[in-house]
Design a protein around this ligand. Sequence first.
Ligand code: DAH
Length: 391
Amino acid sequence: MTVTGHRDELELAIEAFKQWLDTFVRLLPKPVKEGLRRYWAETGVVLDDFVYERFDAIDLLADEDAPTLEALERAIEQAQVQLTGKKSEVVRLKSSIGKLDPSERAGFAKDVQKLEKTIGYTIDNLQKYFRKEAESARTERERIDVTLPGRRPRRGHLHPITMLRERIEDIFVSLGYAIEDGREIETDFYNFDALNIPQNHPARASQDTFYTSDGFALRSQTSTVQIHAMQRRGAPVRMIAPGRVFRRDTPDPTHNPMFFQVEGLCVDRGISMAHLKGTVAEFLRRMFGAQTVTRFRPSYFPFTEPSAEFDFSCFKCNGKGCRICKNSGWIELGGSGMVHPNVLRAAGVDPEVYSGFAFGLGIDRMAALMYGLDDIRLLFENDVRFLEQFD
Ligand code: DAH
């Protein structure tokens, strides 16, 4: 084997390394190239001139096409195997030294070692830099800023009518009342007849409701639950029944075809009007504050005798007169009275032994008053922007 041949192979190996460098440098975006230069300067690494030349001469990739730091790190690892590994050209050249003519051996060996050192040193330094950079890019990506405020899940809340219903329930439960869950579809018997409203009674007209074809109708009042409760529990009984009722009304700011009422019923031996007044007054004091005054006005309901409507002193102005109470100082809230003997009888309770009082009020009307709503329909539109104000 001739020395010239070996020299050619050495030249080829040098050329291959330079070509690798060219391809590699072409992959580097400008900031990476600048970072690399800075790193060499700071660490005092001195590389062969032809390495620097390539970094200066070769056009750089546009940043958006640039490979990631990890990809560059991998490219260098591959080059290390390819250019300095067991099957590399440099190793092959080294193993051929022994076959050379002794006179030329030393000079050639020196040149091969020089190339091996140049490649090794260059690759080593590139590797150090890209390992470091890829590592800090990873840490940066995976960093968790523990000082960032947490992302709070959006919490909903109960509907204002439900909140009010629950407050009313709490007050009556603490007074020893049970909560009754009535049905919304009723027969004529429960909605009218048993409540002492016979066929053709004018009270049926004002409580016109929605009928189904089978003789059923949507209940127009929660008073129906009085009958169910007495039939099921017998006397004595103390219960309230909150729930939906329906009437054939055209919606306007103060009417909706579906609304909410609470019914109250107390039946026992010796129950009098005084118990009714005491109970309603205590309920309103707990609802609107200890200063609340209650007023009863004589009225008429088919299912009570005597009957009374009740008002309470305005929670806003305390009775002085304001916009909410329309300057009267009083707010009308509901109807009440002593349960009519016909009603007790219809539900299987003996009016000679038992007496009772009943009352009923509108929850949505109360909500509209308390929250100063000009239009009751707002409560049923389910607009979150409206509802979220009641948290
Ligand atoms: N049910 C009546 C209505 O819907 C309200 C009512 C009045 C209920 C007097 C009662 C009562 O229990 O005693 O208008």
